[in-house]
Ligand binder design. Structure first.
Ligand code: DQA
Length: 145
């Protein structure tokens, strides 16, 4: 099974960025955590982070026919991007939306997710373990088939 972990803008700054909201673990810590868990589950995992909407769209398109599940924290693009929604719908790859914080408990502008309709689940407010939960969910779903 091949999984793509996609992270949107400013998530490269994890650890330094608003640690009271996002915690002190870094993006490298996140990768190490998921890599370890993927190894246990015999999953081939790859990572892509970008601050650019188009680059994230390119990564979703390139996943078609190759990737069995996407773990996606679209960061601020969650609340703005019809183009990312369309990309997910186009490829039809099972995708779990993940947020470190719980955007539904924050400012009103964060309480809208354009991408949620194209995702099989949303995991929010659980910190980095939320990504691990998403990995397990995609793994279980893949092996149910
Ligand atoms: C986030 C929540 C978004 O509202 C915010 O723009 C982010 C991170 C989260 O992981 O909690 O950049 O997706």
């Amino acid at each position: 099974m091949n999984i793509l972990v996609l992270n949107g803008p400013n998530l490269n700054l994890l650890g330094m960025r608003e640690p009271e909201i996002y915690g002190s673990a870094t993006y490298a810590d996140l990768q190490a955590l998921l890599q370890k868990e993927a190894h246990k589950l015999d999953i081939a995992i790859e990572f892509f982070q970008s601050n650019h909407e188009g680059a994230l769209i390119d990564a979703i398109q390139a996943a078609y026919g190759r990737i069995h599940g996407i773990i996606f924290n679209p960061a601020a693009y969650t609340h703005t991007s019809i183009a990312l929604l369309d990309a997910l719908k186009a490829v039809g790859i099972p995708t779990v939306e993940v947020h470190i914080s719980d955007p539904d408990q924050r400012e009103p502008f964060r309480q809208v997710s354009y991408l949620r309709p194209a995702c099989i689940a949303t995991i929010k407010g659980k910190g980095l373990p939320g990504y691990v939960e998403a990995l397990h969910l995609l793994h279980e779903r893949y092996h149910q088939k």
